[in-house]
Design a protein around this ligand. Structure first.
Ligand code: SF4
Ligand code: FES
Length: 247
């Protein structure tokens, strides 16, 4: 495939940045989107031009490191991570726009790379969970109802990629924060500090400059791990209970 790429280039957080146009030729439809960018970068490097900065690590949809807005959609036209998006999704002759996550809480470091450490600080604000030290407990010593285990596991699938924030018109991190809260709230180990955790994580979310949730649902529509929108209801219920308990 021969493609025209319009890519956001930005030298650093203070640079204004702009779209730049590039042509790539002979791209296999079997290659991944990031491999297509690798091909472009090799050409730029050979020409003595600066390669395009973008994030990736596992390239297997696990780490959440890759994140690019492709044709206006976080992670592109398929509900998957950018690294798992393949060029067969596109057509010969297409023009593709490629931009970084856009949110106040995710400042651009360079080109397509943003600083997502605000998400780490939300998790950090959640604090510890109570686990007794000593000998390993017997298997099944702490029974967990199957439906709670399934829902906790579903919420734990969040990889912290930040696509939910990038897709939300309010740049809210509610889907991310709610996934973390739901995961721990349902398990016995997460219950003792539950209300404190909810309040602290939400306060940190506000402090980082993320917006509020207005139930638009764009977050769940792009989430590569299909975190369901109703985890936000779980968080809101826990927040209400925390208020009643004066936490
Ligand atoms: S909730 Fe989904 S979109 Fe948001 S950070 Fe987690 S995996 Fe990514
Ligand atoms: S590079 Fe790890 S999820 Fe894409």
């Amino acid at each position: 495939m021969n493609l025209t790429l319009k890519i956001w280039r930005q030298d650093g957080p203070e640079d204004r940045g702009a779209m730049h146009e590039y042509q790539v030729k002979g791209i296999s439809e079997e290659s991944s989107f990031l491999e297509m960018l690798d091909v472009l970068n090799e050409e730029l490097f050979a020409r003595g031009e600066e390669p395009i900065a973008f994030d990736s690590d596992c390239r297997e949809g696990i780490c959440g490191q890759c994140g690019i807005v492709i044709n206006g959609i976080a992670h592109g036209p398929e509900v998957t991570t950018t690294c798992q998006l393949h060029m067969r999704t596109f057509h010969d002759g297409d023009t593709i726009t490629i931009e970084p996550w856009r949110a106040e809480a995710f400042p651009v470091i360079k080109d397509l790379v943003v600083n997502r450490s605000a998400l780490d600080r939300i998790i950090q604000a959640g604090g510890y969970i109570s686990v007794n030290t000593g000998a390993a407990p017997d298997a099944h010593a702490t029974p967990v109802p199957k439906q709670d285990a399934d829902r906790a596991f579903e919420a734990a699938a969040c990889i912290g990629c930040g696509a939910c924030v990038a897709a939300c018109p309010n740049a809210s991190a509610m889907l991310f924060t709610s996934a973390k809260v739901t995961h721990l709230q349902l398990l016995p180990q997460g219950k003792p500090e539950n209300y404190k955790r909810v309040v602290n994580m939400l306060n940190q979310m506000d402090e980082e400059g993320f917006g509020s949730c207005t139930n638009i649902g764009e977050c769940a529509a792009v989430c590569p791990k299909q975190i369901p929108l109703d985890v936000i209801s779980t968080l809101n219920r826990q927040l209400g209970k925390a208020a009643l308990k004066g936490v």
